[in-house]
Design a protein around this ligand. Structure first.
Ligand code: SAM
Length: 482
């Protein structure tokens, strides 16, 4: 298995592989880095030629360029000087030490930069092309931990949608690249049911996600993405209607899943296929079309407890799902609603203690205090200007005895900004006294733009099947004295 940039990105970005440009904290653009001198990604912050983005250590700040020769974005005026001055020329960005002068067709733009980051499911969720509503990071991280998904596990998912959950699940089940024993040499060899032996063993070795999607174009898009992202040994995307056809694919071994995630409009219609034994109403008679006896296979691992989660936006859907779960023997049924908020907690920075020196107060503690101080400053300022006016009109008055003159002088001293030296001395003094920053209060505010989509999560557990043989083994292992 060739390393996937999602599972093992390595230290630098590689040509013909996925990378992400972080333009802002929550704004990422996915790029398939092309090994071509003409490949450019244009963003609102400028143009990024792929040759400046390949073989770059992850996390590097890369500059935007003005590209000539048909790919120009922004001004064509030479801005080379600006690029050099700021020390972010191409040579620095691509880590090759190559001089920017060597390339005539690109120039560093005066503004615009981004950070090059490796692909992760979280970054992919933010940047992926939306074909449907997607499951966001706060939801899928909670779901995966409640499903107890671990490396080597097998997870069944429907529907695949845009593949947001699929990528997170692939990383969660991935068991590491490990030994090379299964690489290549067994591929092509077939087992009784016609499935490739090498592929089957890889699936068991790496862990696997079986993803089902009934909308054909969506399924095809995801199959392509999974291949491009080097995840085809960890994820199998199948185009099918799981309400009708369930989760076992003809000609392939049943998934033997120990975790299931259903993001479907009617999860209860798929539940009948997720049981230990055939549903009561299932017709297992001879198929009239091909003459074979109809068979039924469970997609679940018979030797393990299976954890299930369904994701539904309305309570009526939850009620129908829970009803079906109860009928089919699922236990520990519980519903959770995630109301995720990002809260920015910080200590208030009170600032330099220049109060009294410049006549400008340090940060007020309350709104009332702020208003009071604002009024104080305004009153003092207007007194200052009135006093100045008065003083001009009363030229004859004796200076020393004049209270207005005294007020003007006093206010002028208070309002006058400190000189650079005075400010430095003040700061030094305060550093010595260790009171540069007052200890502010802990404050918090919620950030409004947290992306998640409100749904109800229903969790349930299906105990492992218990056969006569299990009973006998248990009796042998733990004999009772009764
Ligand atoms: N979980 C996905 C993600 O994170 O990107 C989003 C799933 S989207 C909300 C629901 C998907 O279920 C749609 O793409 C829809 O085509 C698919 N779907 C609906 N009914 C289905 C069925 N009977 N069998 C398989 N897929 C189905």
């Amino acid at each position: 298995m060739a390393p996937s940039p999602f599972l093992s990105p390595g230290p630098t970005s590689q040509p013909n592989s996925l990378a992400l440009l972080a333009l802002r904290r929550d704004q990422l653009t996915a790029i398939n880095l092309k090994d071509s001198p003409d490949a450019v990604t244009n963003t609102r912050f400028g143009s990024f030629p792929h040759k400046t983005l390949t073989n770059v250590p992850w996390g590097t700040q890369v500059r935007a360029y003005t590209v000539h020769g048909g790919h120009a974005k922004g001004s064509k005026k030479r801005k080379r000087a600006a690029g050099k001055e700021s020390g972010h020329g191409k040579g620095e960005a691509n880590g090759t030490g190559e001089n920017e002068e060597d390339d005539d067709d690109i120039e560093a733009a005066a503004t615009g930069f981004a950070h090059l980051v490796p692909p992760t499911p979280e970054a992919w969720t933010v940047s992926l092309p939306h074909r449907t509503q997607v499951v966001y990071t706060p939801d899928y991280s909670y779901v995966l931990q409640r499903l107890k998904v671990r490396p080597g596990d097998c997870l069944v998912e429907a529907g695949s949608g845009s593949g947001s959950f699929t990528h997170a699940a692939a990383r969660a089940v991935f068991n590491g690249y490990g030994s090379q024993a299964f690489e290549g040499n067994e591929m092509g060899e077939k087992e009784g049911d016609g499935e490739d032996v090498g592929r089957r063993r890889k699936r068991k070795k790496y862990g696997h996600v079986y993803s089902f999607e009934y909308h054909e174009p969506r399924a095809k898009c995801l199959q392509k993405e999974i291949k491009e992202h080097g995840l085809e040994d960890v994820v199998t995307v199948t185009n099918r209607d799981v309400y009708e056809d369930g989760f076992c694919v003809e000609g392939a071994e049943e998934p033997k899943a120990n975790a299931v995630f259903l993001d479907l409009p009617a999860p209860w219609m798929a539940l009948k296929h997720l049981s230990r034994s055939p549903p009561e109403k299932l017709d297992l008679s001879i198929d009239q079309q091909n003459g074979d006896a109809r068979t039924w296979r469970s997609p679940l691992d018979p030797r393990r407890t299976v954890y299930l989660c369904t994701f539904s936006p309305c309570i009526e859907q939850v009620q129908r799902t829970v009803e079906a779960m109860r009928q089919l023997g699922w236990v520990d049924i519980a519903m959770t609603e995630l109301l995720h908020k990002r809260i920015d907690v910080r200590r208030e920075r009170v600032g330099l203690q220049e109060e009294g020196l410049r006549g400008v107060n340090a940060n007020p503690a309350t709104v009332e205090e702020a208003i009071e101080r604002l009024r104080e400053v305004e009153a003092r300022t207007s007194r200052f200007f009135e006093a100045q006016k008065e003083s001009k009109s009363s030229k004859g008055a004796k200076e020393e005895a004049d209270p207005l003159k005294a007020e003007v002088k006093h206010e002028a001293t208070r309002m006058k900004p400190l000189s650079k030296k005075q400010r430095l001395d003040t700061i030094k003094e305060q550093v010595k006294e260790r009171k540069i920053w007052k200890e502010g209060r802990l404050v918090h505010r919620t950030e409004p733009e947290m992306k998640t989509h409100t749904s109800y999560l229903v969790f349930a557990v299906l105990p492992r099947s218990w056969t006569q043989e299990d009973e006998e083994n248990a009796a042998r292992e733990w004999p009772t004295n009764v």
